[in-house]
Design a protein around this ligand. Structure first.
Ligand SMILES: NC(=O)c1ccc[n+]([C@@H]2O[C@H](COP(=O)([O-])OP(=O)(O)OC[C@H]3O[C@@H](n4cnc5c(N)ncnc54)[C@H](O)[C@@H]3O)[C@@H](O)[C@H]2O)c1
Length: 302
């Protein structure tokens, strides 16, 4: 594993100048907002993307100069198609796409006392619903919701496809996915969220092996934040927040990792790489994974 030294402000400014078009999803708050703000401060033209809400407009106004906003549900393919078309027509093709929007209903609800919310947060809960075929009568076990994968996984899958399609011909582009420390490890009571974030690292690793991306100078990489103080974690009990206080991050710490991956000059420095961000520490972890995998394959070959 190697500690990554993040670039100083002057380097970011140099690499983002000429109003590079940057798209950030989930930018109305938290990590996405911090990343959008950082890009705008260093001269990029930033498009903040989030669900339609007053927060999105307020976030863009907060940043002020150098940004615009567009409401889009990233889980909706048609809306993402319209988003990328609008960006291209209005500002030209994006060169940096940060696929950051994500939800964690298990975390948001697992700490609340409401019995109904606890059922929503636990995919194993034995809640019943009426049978689809009413003629059979009675009830059946309720289907677990699929919304976490719709947003966290399909929202990113759609974004990668559209970014690759829209990046400027002959120039390429940078895609940065917000995974999670939960892309690498299991977390109690977070089954579906963890699975969605594991799916993202599989998507990142496999996409990074595609020759067409290498040929087009397109990189795909990931940040994997540990506990970060945002709306997502705001409902955690104070004792948990306190226990993690020395190792938790602020949104800007993660934004710095995103900016590093998004502005690297040499594709090979960031392509297929994942930055584990805990507190202010930023560590590349895919190298260690590849070494472990190589050893596993070697030790089990016949
Ligand atoms: N906060 C943490 O501790 C932490 C740790 C690891 C990973 N992450 C990841 O960081 C990312 C950003 O989360 P955050 O912590 O800043 O939380 P946040 O709730 O502050 O921000 C998430 C944003 O995504 C938006 N969003 C949700 N669903 C959307 C949709 N369908 N379409 C468009 N936008 C949508 C929300 O409106 C919100 O503004 C997420 O992918 C999250 O899983 C967060």
């Amino acid at each position: 594993m190697s500690e990554v030294t993040l670039p100083p402000a002057s380097v970011l400014t140099e690499r983002l100048q000429d109003s590079k078009v940057v798209l950030v999803t989930g930018a109305a708050s938290g990590i996405g907002f911090a990343a959008a703000q950082l890009f705008a401060q260093h001269g990029a033209k930033v498009i903040l993307v989030d669900l339609a809400s007053g927060r999105l407009k307020a976030a863009a106004e907060d940043i002020g100069h150098g940004c615009d906003f567009r409401a889009c549900d990233v889980a909706n393919w048609e809306q993402q198609v319209a988003l990328f078309d609008w960006v291209k027509q209005t500002y030209g093709p994006p060169e940096i796409v940060c696929l950051n929007a994500g939800i964690d209903p298990e975390l948001a609800t697992s700490q609340t006392p409401s019995a109904k919310e606890k059922v929503v947060s636990n995919y194993l809960a034995s809640e019943l619903e009426p049978r689809e075929d009413a003629s059979e009568g009675g009830s059946q076990l309720k289907q677990p919701p699929t919304v976490v994968f719709d947003v966290n996984f399909y929202g990113v899958l759609y974004g990668i496809k559209l970014a690759v399609h829209h990046f400027p011909e002959g120039k390429g582009g940078r895609i940065v996915i917000t995974g999670s420390a939960a892309s690498q490890m299991g977390v109690v009571n977070q089954d579906v969220y963890v699975a969605s974030k594991h799916a993202l690292i599989g998507l990142m690793r496999s996409s990074a092996q595609r020759q067409e991306l290498k040929d087009k100078n397109i990189t795909v990489s990931m940040v994997a934040p540990w506990l970060t103080h945002t709306g997502l974690t705001a409902n955690l009990p104070p004792e948990i927040l306190h226990a993690f206080s020395t190792e938790s991050s602020q949104p800007v710490d993660v934004a710095m990792g995103i900016a590093y991956l998004a502005t690297a000059e040499k594709a090979e420095d960031v392509h297929g790489r994942c930055l584990w961000i805990r507190g202010k520490r930023c560590i590349e972890v895919e190298g260690a994974y590849e070494k472990w995998l190589g050893n596993l394959i070697a030790s089990t070959s016949t």
